[in-house]
Ligand binder design. Structure first.
Ligand code: BG6
Length: 520
């Protein structure tokens, strides 16, 4: 279908073509779910209002629920008001956007379950000039991913046809990608039966966060940090992801996943890789992903015979968050009263390569902790001589060290802690912090992670998506730990009250080596 045959396309107006990808239809599988309402549709509408969607574009929502196009559009409009209040909404642009949004019910689990989707997509190709390119966004329960791939294959909508201008399919897969090494490999093989690796976009929304993208800019666009970024100058690295939220009605999902699969295997290991990777030879997607994959391959397997020295897990009990009493995990909806699912994990990891030999990476993540904060803290070695010992007083901690903190959220920015002399006739030292804050420095709205990632997929840029080898190595690290946890002789799960900083065993993980978690 050539562009000249396109009849009406309200999305074509005012596009900056250099920022828009190739025409396509975005098929959202699981369109009635929370993710679509909270993140995807708001992201697509935000891209539309910034003229960042391709000239030929439309959205097709699919899920089990019976609904008309009009009902789906109304429900999406309500969601945008509810969940994306930071977006500039105006009726005129919404009407134009909504006129390219469609809905069909489908049953992903049974043969023929896509129903009239193939016919609709070819009708929309003519109507909206999508050129037959389709992005399939899997926003369903992960248990349906394989069936979805079967439906795509049986409808002839997978695998790119021969020829440079032939229509392409792409697939976006939400985490968790598999539940262990074996299922991840199986899923990968299945997806590859219908899609080449270059057409697979494994989404990890942490990679779409502005501050996470800034890690590479900080490291590789500035010359001052890299010479210090290694075992000679860095004592250790702490990565914290703390949430005050509990499981928020996702009890049945969380019972299966737990913190390790929900946060560590994907988001946290991506942060480790970005912090530890070597400079890529270019900003090309594969060059960047090659370096991250190398970090994962160099990750030392956890010593399972001494697992308590490397990994601790905890589960929240009832407690207080922001002045409100909150229930324990086992009292949450859809959670077993005897559940042993971890809601907190702390790990000590080592990367056995030249740069990081002997430098521990401490990673912790948990729900119902005292504060919501995600950061990467690079703790440098202390100055070799305590020349100013008396100027700090007795407190040993007051000697530093210098810490460079990358604040991922909520106060996005970077800060560097360093010693300085207090004004006055005697030499008294104090640790201060030099801060850069995104909000005040730029004063513009940051795009949501989904806006960035959906746009990148439409552009065909996979830099910020997890590659198959990264996923495989991450499971090679995590799967044995999950298996060991099933072992009756493995140290049991520890409890921690909601509103605390996790179980005491987490402090012991660092304390055993004379270190402490940062006070946040
Ligand atoms: C999701 C997890 O991937 O990330 C959630 O499934 C978690 O359990 C969320 O709450 C955290 O994301 P963010 O962007 O709020 O840090």
């Amino acid at each position: 279908m050539s562009q000249s045959q396109v009849v009406v396309n309200p999305l074509q107006e005012g596009l900056r073509s250099e920022r828009a990808g190739e025409p396509c239809a975005m098929v959202i599988l699981g369109a009635h779910g929370d993710l679509t309402k909270r993140k995807l549709l708001p992201a697509l509408y935000a891209l539309f209002t910034q003229d960042l969607l391709p000239p030929g574009f439309c959205v097709v929502g699919l899920s089990r629920t019976q609904m008309t196009d009009e009902q789906f559009r109304t429900s999406m409009e309500e969601s945008i008001h509810k969940y994306a209040s930071d977006l500039k909404f105006d009726n005129e642009s919404w009407e134009r956007f909504a006129s390219c949004v469609y809905y069909r019910s489908a049953n992903f689990g049974s043969p023929g379950g896509f129903g009239e989707l193939p016919a609709l997509l070819s009708e929309l190709e003519t109507k909206h000039g999508t050129r037959g390119n389709n992005v399939f966004y899997c926003s369903t329960s992960p248990s349906l991913y394989m069936s979805i791939v079967d439906r795509i294959s049986e409808s002839g909508l997978g695998t790119r046809k021969a020829g440079t201008n032939a229509p392409w399919p792409r697939i976006i897969v939400e985490k968790p990608f598999g539940t262990n090494l074996e299922t991840a490999l199986e899923l990968d093989e299945h997806i590859h039966s219908a899609f080449a690796e270059s057409q697979v976009f494994r989404i990890d929304h942490y990679l779409g966060k502005e501050t996470v993208q800034n890690i590479m800019v900080l490291r590789f666009a500035n010359a001052i940090f890299e010479p210090l970024w290694n075992r000679n100058h860095i004592d250790h690295i702490q990565i914290t992801n703390a949430e005050t939220l509990g499981v928020e009605g996702r009890g049945s999902y969380y019972e299966e996943a737990g913190n390790m699969r929900d946060m560590i295997q994907n988001h946290m290991l991506q942060l480790v890789a970005l912090t530890a990777m070597e400079p890529p030879i270019s900003m090309d997607a594969e060059a960047t992903r090659d370096e991250k994959a190398k970090v994962m391959r160099a990750m030392r397997p956890v010593d399972l015979n001494n697992i308590d020295k490397y990994v601790v897990r905890g589960q929240y009990t009832k407690g207080w968050i922001n002045g409100q009493e909150v229930p324990g995990y086992r009292e949450e909806k859809d959670v077993s009263p005897t559940s042993t699912t971890e809601t907190f994990t702390a790990l000590k990891l080592y990367i056995d390569n030249w740069r990081w030999a002997g430098v521990p990476f401490y990673v912790r993540s948990g729900k119902r902790l005292a504060k919501s904060v995600t950061e990467i803290a690079i703790e440098f070695k202390k100055a070799p001589l305590k020349l100013f010992a008396q100027s700090f007083g007795e407190d040993e901690d007051a000697f530093g060290p210098n810490v460079l903190v990358l604040n991922i959220q909520p106060d996005e920015g970077i800060s560097l802690k360093f010693a300085t002399k207090q004004p006055g006739p005697v030499t008294r030292l104090r640790w201060l912090s030099m801060d850069f804050k995104y909000g005040t420095a730029f004063g513009v709205r940051s795009p949501s992670a989904y806006e960035r990632l959906v746009h990148d997929c439409i552009m065909g840029d996979s830099t910020l998506f997890a590659r198959t080898d990264f996923v495989e190595s991450s499971w090679k690290l995590i799967s044995p730990i999950l298996d060991k946890w099933q072992d009756p002789d493995c140290p049991p799960l520890d409890e921690y009250p909601s509103g605390s900083w996790g179980p005491e065993s987490s402090d012991r993980l660092l304390g055993a080596e004379g270190r402490k978690w940062r006070l946040l």
